[in-house]
Design a protein around this ligand. Structure first.
Ligand code: SAH
Length: 193
């Protein structure tokens, strides 16, 4: 494993994620929204997350920027990163398949929204966020640069911490006891935690 290969794996992770998401984005546009918690706060949070997981590492990979923050490349870290990246993509695929028409990039309840509790949603109630955490960990392992490697953890961490409570509130408003029961038997992003 070389640094160039590690960078290519990071790019493949981003491309793979996008390929998994495209059909869901198309379908989401056609499914009407009944109730939404979208707003300026959501736009800012999504932008911070996008910068950390996508834009900053992309600039590093393409231009070699942030040289002051480089540290020595460790092939073992990169191999681990590749493994975590593969796990992240697999989980993304499974979450999108389970959520189906109920998926949104933001916080929405759609017309005839169904509470999904099957598949990977049986164990954790935010497995798509688990997949993004895995992405951020893979990024930190693959890119030996304090800025480009750790921006994912910081960017997605900000979105996660400021969104997950609001999302659960929206789900409780929409599903009541069905969601609070579901909360009592699942972990947030790690099974049984
Ligand atoms: N937080 C979830 C979903 C992220 S997508 C995860 O990490 O897997 C965000 C959208 O999914 C929100 O608009 C919310 O309404 C919807 N959502 C979240 N959990 C859901 C569930 N268990 N069933 C159906 N829709 C859900």
């Amino acid at each position: 494993m070389t640094l160039t290969v590690a960078k290519i794996i990071y790019v493949l992770l981003a491309v793979g994620w996008y390929v998994i998401r495209i059909p869901h984005e198309r379908r989401a546009r056609k499914t009407p929204v009944a109730r939404s918690a979208r707003g300026l706060r959501e736009i800012v949070l999504l932008s911070i997350s996008f910068a950390g997981l996508g834009l900053i590492p992309f600039i590093y990979v393409v231009t070699g920027a942030f040289k002051f923050a480089n540290y020595p490349f460790q092939p073992l870290h990169a191999w681990l990163g590749a493994l975590v990246a593969a796990g992240s993509l697999l989980l993304f695929h499974k979450t999108h398949r389970a959520l189906g028409r109920n998926w949104s990039v933001s916080l929405d309840l759609r017309d005839s929204h169904k509470l999904v509790t099957h598949g990977v949603y049986r164990y954790v109630r935010h497995p798509m966020y688990s997949a993004f955490w895995l992405w951020a960990i893979a990024q930190a392992l693959l890119l030996p640069n304090f800025v480009a490697g750790f921006s994912g953890l910081l960017g997605f961490g900000t979105l996660y911490l400021l969104r997950v409570g609001q999302e659960e509130q929206l789900m409780i408003e929409g599903f009541g006891a069905e969601y609070t029961d579901y909360m009592s038997r699942t972990g947030r992003v790690i099974p049984w935690l």
